[in-house]
Design a protein around this ligand. Structure first.
Ligand code: ATP
Length: 233
């Protein structure tokens, strides 16, 4: 479904990615872990198109999308749940969901909203509330729901458990596990490596702009690379 070849990315003169290669099969969930500053967000943004690569290629379902703008990538089936959720705080829950449905017809959007409410019933209860009045966990559910509205083939999740109490984070991971069971292809960036690996098929470790390990998620849980990745920064 997704193939990343020799990807490089810069912020001015700072090089954040140094030739990253990664492939995701259809229906696969891959957890991407590593220390702060390793380049995980940069990689996810290069896939969604919110930060352009400076070299290499992003191939999605056989098409080279390296220079395709972000809004067109949404239409191709790539949706991102950004770090820090970034919901529109003054808009209602339901309006936030509608904003995620700009590629859909009215009927499809209404069906999508129902699907999100079935997945996260608390969002139905709060449908008319401004998103800024939701708890952190509810805002994360809303951010995931908004991304799902676009009916993505590939879902990019950037640190979905960040700042959440463990019991709330567990709910978010349960939702990710359910999406995986439904066959969504997922790239999951997480600081919480053990929880992420528990819902993933494969695990990749990033260190200073490179992928230094790529293998089955259950094997990685016990590997030295994982411990090293968190000491590297
Ligand atoms: P975190 O978990 O802290 O988000 P990360 O693994 O996602 O870390 P990135 O945010 O992708 O890492 O950062 C990779 C590198 O790029 C780091 O060295 C960081 O300092 C640098 N960087 C990220 N964003 C910018 C920016 N806007 N301007 C300059 N350098 C940046």
């Amino acid at each position: 479904m997704l193939e990343i070849r020799a990807l490089t990315s810069h912020y001015g003169r700072v090089q954040a990615l140094h030739g990253v290669g990664l492939a995701l099969q259809e229906r696969e969930t891959v957890a991407l872990v590593g220390a702060n500053g390793a380049g995980k967000t940069t990689l996810i943004n290069a896939i969604s198109g919110t930060h352009r690569a400076s070299g290499g290629a992003v191939i999605f379902r056989g098409e080279d999308i390296t220079t395709v703008p972000a809004h067109r990538r949404v239409r191709l089936g790539i949706a991102q749940v950004p770090e820090g959720r970034q919901v529109f705080t003054v808009l209602s829950v339901e309006d936030n969901l509608r904003l995620g449905a700009y590629t859909l017809s009215r009927a499809a959007a209404a069906r999508g909203i129902e699907r999100v409410y079935a997945m996260f019933p608390v969002l139905r209860e709060r449908r008319d509330s401004p998103a800024g009045t939701l708890s952190g966990g509810q805002q994360q559910m809303l951010a995931i729901g908004r991304a799902l509205m676009a009916e993505p083939r590939l879902l990019l999740l950037d640190e979905p458990s960040m700042g959440l109490a463990p019991v709330i984070a567990a709910e978010i991971f349960a939702a990710i596990a359910a999406l995986r069971r439904d066959g969504t292809t997922i790239l999951l960036v997480e600081q919480n490596a053990h929880a992420a690996l528990a819902v993933a098929d494969r695990g990749c470790v990033m260190e200073t702009g490179r992928i230094v390990h790529d293998g089955p998620a259950n094997a990685l849980q016990y590997k030295d690379e994982l411990r090293r990745a968190y000491l590297a920064a």
